[in-house]
Design a protein around this ligand. Sequence first.
Ligand code: NCD
Length: 360
Amino acid sequence: MDELKEVTIQTYKGWDEFYNIEKSDKLDFFMRNGRMLDVLFSQQFDRAFLDDMCLLATRIRRMALTKMGAQKLSGLLSHKRAMLYFVQPSTRTFISFLNACHILGMKISEIRGTTTSSEVKGESQEDTIRTFASYVDLIIIRHPEEGFAEKTSWILNQNKTPVAVINGGSGPDQHPTQALLDIYTLERSFRNIGGLDNKKIAMVGDLKRGRTVRSLSYLMRNYKDIKLYFVSPEIFRMRDDIKSFLNKHNIEFHETDDFAGVMPEVDAIYMTRIQKEYSEAPAEESDIYPQFHFTKEHLSVIQSHCIIMHPLPRRYEIEVEVDKDPRAVYWKQERNGMWMRAALISYLFGVDDQISAEFR
Ligand code: NCD
């Protein structure tokens, strides 16, 4: 562990105090030797990092096309082990992380629910985490508790354990690696029209509890002249923390429930699912909000370059017939997740240079 980190730890008295510190004021805590060790929230990413990750993801994708390239990749981290601790449902994030680890040759262990771990016997979170850290070099976490991944990082640092932590979804709060793959998808889709800078993006649906749109919104400070349109029912409006962040960074955003009015204006439409697992009122669950769905009729309303995104899983937000349109990029977006996660892991372990060297 480097000195900076040790000094930082001693400055804070406990987890609660540490958790309440502004994210932007504690970025160094998650670094080691000038490199990110833990990936917990998207305020950690700057433009240079995002550009590097997009390039790296494309390089890994290209290398993986040939047997020789794939073999090189799978030798890079064959001496490392990862743990997937996923105690909230997941299909894509889990499988894409698993395959990202496989691409780099890592060995994997997994827990997919607290009922199959010793937490059921009453073991504390702290002890559970310390146990994982005894066996692996990287812990990837999906957890219903907002700060749990960050707490894991905190616990490991308290114990001076240099195990990397990645947040694979922290309750309704953040999903930073989804934001990375979303950026990659946006940049790739717009590569012939100047990339993501100067674009208008609509985020639609459950913005209040949708961790994907929250994490993606934070990243907009890294791009020039972005305009955001937050389209949602009144009860699912974007929360104030994101809005004050956007105001602080002079990012233009508009809140509306007029989806039809916004559609022809934007370059990307990011659809989301109503996060009913966090619903308190039964009414929120039964209403499917059809005015916030994207149907095949809407394809003639949007611009010819406008892409339609969705982190998936979809329920009724996008009609299946829309899938055939080349502007529907959510299946590509899903696959981009694997490449981006492989890029991120190769960066965390410092083998990204070996990948770049293949392209010199
Ligand atoms: C999202 C999630 O889990 O936050 N899915 C994903 O990771 N691709 C979105 C959702 O569940 O609606």
